[in-house]
Design a binder for this molecule. Structure first.
Ligand SMILES: [Zn+2]
Length: 418
C-alpha cells in the first residue's frame, strides 16, 4: 500500500471531527481541557458516542462487563484469532484531546476505510475503547486492559475508592457494568494488538521524524526517600555544625542527574516530589521526603543503575551525618514489543515514504498489558513540544492522519493478507 492509495484527507477529516466530538465529553466543561474520569457521566456519553460512530463505520458493537467497548468486523475464515487496535477513553484531569482518544478515533476511521474498500478481512478486525488506563479517579491503573487480559478481575472492584469515598464497584455498577451475569471481560486469543498513540515526548519532533515505532516500554523503579537531619536556628547554627536535610537532598538530586546523564540513553531519572520540614525561612530543614523515578528499557541497566544511585545517596547521607530511609514502592519490568510486528510497522512506514525511528516508550501504555498475551506493537506520532497531560497537547491533523495511514497499512497486512 502506498500513501497515494490511502485517502489521507478522508482519514484526516474523520479523525479531527471525532477528536473534537470526544473533547466535548468532559466532566468539567467550564475548566480548560478535557477531564473524563472512569464511569463519570461524560465517560458514559463518550463511550455511547463512540459506539454510534462504530455502528456508522459498519462495525458490530459490544461492551464487556467493565465497560470496555469493542467494534468488530468479522473475518471470512472461521475460527481465526482477531487483530485488535485501540487505546483508552479516560483522561487525567485537564488533559488534552489526543492521549488515548486518538488511538480509538484512528482505529474507527481505519476499520471503516478498510471495510468500505476491501470488504471483510480474512481475520476478524476489532477496535477497542478501553475504559480506563490513567489511574486518575481510583488508585488503580489499566483497569480496562487489565480486565481484558486477566491481570485484574472486576470482582476486585470493591477494594478501591475515589477521593469522595465512592468505591470502584459502586461507580461501575452505577454506570451499568459489573453485573453478576454480565458479558465476559477476558479476550479470546488475539493474532495481534496495535496501539497508535501520541508520543507525549520530544524525541520525534527533535529528530524530525514522522513516526515512532516502540521497541520496548520502559521498566520503572520508584523509591520514597526519608532524610533526617537536625532542625535548628538559621541564625545561630554555624555552617560546620549543621545537619541540613534539604542541602543533603539537593546534593542527592544533583548526583542522580549527573549519574543518569553519564549513564546515557534511554535511561531517565527524576526527583519529581520533594517536601522539606519545617519549611520555614529561618529554620534549617530537619527532615525531607523526596521521590526517585528511574526508567530504562533494559532490566539489568535499570537494576544496576538503581543500585549505584542508592549507594551514592547513602554515601552523601553518611558524609553529611543524615539518617536515610529508602522505601521501594514501584518496580515494573521493561516490556518488549513483538519484533515481527515492529518490523511490519517499519515496512509500512517505508512503503508510505514516512520517516521513522525505533524508540523506547518512557511512559506506560495499555500495550504493555497486551504484550504478554499476544504479539503487540505501538506506533507514535509527534507531540508538539512534547507536551501531554495538558490542554496544550497538540499534534497536527496531517501527523494524526499519517499515523492512521500506517495503522491502516499494518492492519491490512495482518488481517487481509495472512
Ligand atoms: Zn494514553
Amino acid at each position: 500500500m502506498s500513501l497515494s492509495e490511502i485517502p489521507i484527507d478522508v482519514l484526516k477529516d474523520e479523525i479531527a471531527a471525532l477528536l473534537v466530538e470526544m473533547s466535548a465529553h468532559t466532566d468539567e466543561p467550564e475548566e480548560p481541557g478535557v477531564t473524563r474520569l472512569l464511569y463519570s457521566a461524560s465517560w458514559l456519553s463518550a463511550q455511547a458516542a463512540l459506539a454510534a460512530r462504530m455502528v456508522e463505520a459498519g462495525l458490530e458493537v459490544r461492551y464487556d462487563n467493565v465497560g470496555n467497548l469493542y467494534g468488530r468486523i468479522g473475518g471470512t475464515r472461521g475460527g481465526e484469532a482477531a487483530v485488535l487496535t485501540g487505546s483508552h477513553i479516560d483522561t487525567v484531569r485537564h488533559a488534552g484531546q489526543y492521549d488515548g482518544a486518538y488511538g480509538i478515533a484512528a482505529g474507527i476511521a481505519a476499520l471503516g476505510y478498510l471495510k468500505r474498500t476491501f470488504g471483510r478481512p480474512v481475520r476478524p478486525l476489532e477496535v477497542v475503547s478501553f475504559c480506563e488506563e490513567e489511574g486518575s479517579r481510583f488508585p488503580i491503573a489499566y483497569w480496562g486492559s487489565g480486565n481484558a487480559t486477566g491481570i485484574y478481575d472486576w470482582r476486585q472492584a470493591g477494594a478501591y475508592k475515589d477521593e469522595d469515598g465512592v468505591s470502584l464497584e459502586e461507580a461501575m455498577r452505577a454506570a451499568g457494568f459489573g453485573r453478576a451475569d454480565g458479558p465476559d471481560c477476558r479476550l479470546a486469543p488475539l493474532a495481534g494488538f496495535v496501539e497508535l498513540h501520541i508520543e507525549q515526548g520530544l524525541v520525534l519532533e527533535h529528530r524530525n521524524r514522522r513516526i515512532g515505532i516502540v521497541e520496548t516500554i520502559a521498566g520503572q523503579r520508584r523509591y520514597a526517600l526519608a532524610i533526617g537531619g537536625a532542625a535548628n536556628h538559621a541564625g545561630t547554627t554555624p555552617m560546620t555544625l549543621r545537619q541540613d536535610a534539604l542541602a543533603g537532598a539537593a546534593e542527592m538530586a544533583l548526583k542522580l542527574e549527573s549519574l543518569a546523564s553519564s549513564w546515557g540513553e534511554p535511561l531517565v531519572a527524576t526527583v519529581g516530589k520533594i517536601e522539606a520540614s519545617p519549611n520555614t525561612p529561618n529554620v534549617i530543614p530537619g527532615f525531607v521526603e523526596m521521590t526517585l523515578d528511574i526508567r530504562h528499557s533494559d532490566e539489568w541497566s535499570l537494576s544496576a543503575f538503581s543500585d549505584l544511585v542508592l549507594n551514592e545517596i547513602q554515601r552523601i547521607a553518611d558524609r553529611r551525618r543524615l539518617r536515610l530511609g529508602v522505601t521501594p514502592w514501584l518496580a515494573t519490568k521493561p516490556v518488549p514489543m513483538s519484533e515481527r510486528l515492529t518490523a511490519r510497522v517499519e515496512a509500512a512506514c517505508a512503503g508510505l515514504s514516512l520517516s521513522y525511528q525505533r524508540m523506547v516508550s518512557g511512559a506506560g501504555h495499555d500495550a504493555q498489558l497486551l504484550a504478554p498475551v499476544c504479539p503487540t506493537t505501538m506506533i507514535f506520532v509527534p507531540s508538539r513540544a512534547g507536551v501531554s497531560h495538558s490542554p496544550d497537547e497538540y499534534t497536527t491533523p496531517e501527523q494524526l492522519a499519517e499515523g492512521a495511514a500506517v495503522l491502516v497499512s499494518v492492519l491490512y497486512d495482518l488481517a487481509y493478507k495472512e
